[in-house]
Design a protein around this ligand. Sequence first.
Ligand code: GLA
Length: 415
Amino acid sequence: MFLTTVWVHRTNGSENTGKSLPAHLQDISSHHERTVQTLAQDFVRRFGDVPTIYQAPGRVNLIGEHTDYNEGFVMPAAIGMCTRVAAAPRRDGKLIVRSENFSEEATFELDQLPVRGSGHWSDYVVGVAKVLAESGIPLTGANLLICGDVPVGAGLSSSASVEVAVGYALMDLAGQETDRAQLARLCQQAENEFVGARCGIMDQFVASHGKRDHALLLDCRSLDYRLLPLRADARLVICNTMVRHAIAGGEYNQRRAECEAGVKYLSRHFRSVRALRDATLEELAALSGELPDKILRRCRHVISENARVVQAAAALTRNELSAFGDLMRESHRSLRDDFEVSCAELDLMVQLVEQAQGVYGARMTGGGFGGCTINLVDASCVDAFQQSVSEGYERATGRRPEIYVCSAADGVGLA
Ligand code: GLA
């Protein structure tokens, strides 16, 4: 349980009773504390109750793309941009959810939650509540006020950050000890079954388990993980192309199906292959006469990407950022040519980044078809990097990119 701070002042969700915030929260100076305070004040104004505030981060994936649903390895890090949920319990079994980003509110009855999502932002909240309840967690009604600064549709997992923050909040309000791996699995299940996106476990896992100044090496089969310290003299710089191609969702599910088709072929010949995680490039090559070219290339990406993640972890452990960067480059090429999930804007961004000083490596990050690149940049070169990449990209596309200089952040917790 995390409810030990002065924030905790639970009443029963009566609305607009005019309660004000504790005095110590009225004189706060840091940006983090100011935004937390503003959310708390908005909550008091709307619901008349003092909330507990939770937050879960977005993520960037350093390497290991489209490997999670193939039971392979990934290496994401949680980032400073996050979703915050102000929450207090209600006694009447209602779930009232307000989004500050959408300026909208929706009300649900916990005992009559919809069966499936409707394409509304509240799906990410209701889906999590539903999956938690079905897993046997005795939820209470709740008022939730949600606000986030993870860019939506940029491939930085704004949806997982909403799911994990809400799931954590609901479990805490229900007095449940949080098992973070269970939280990640349930949030993934909500996205798969309620929202209808067949994502893997990476995003929810790192939103639950991320650690400041560390990347997270995750085995997506066993869910064993290791935290790998990131060097203080390098920065994770994220370049947002500001494009998201509409085909992204359909193509993602298509790639999953193609990987599954590959496993069918491989497992007929090699009985140890239950997922692409189990296959080797030699086994794949042995089937090259039989496998359709497209399936072969999809499998080649996943099998080689898994190997790259393992090598990248070793390079990071030895502090060899140049070797790490080379693996990022290979990863991008493989995603572009074999897995075919890059796009012109991502390729251009990677090209421009490679021309800047102090860059160890660059690649697209996340599902693809737009969104962001992740770039490992020497800290002393970050300012010049931002200027040259930003100008180059705008000149070539007419779009101004957003560039976020990040350090790795903690996973879900109290704000
Ligand atoms: C999306 C999914 C993840 C993962 C990546 C690709 O972000 O949500 O589960 O599959 O794409 O690596």
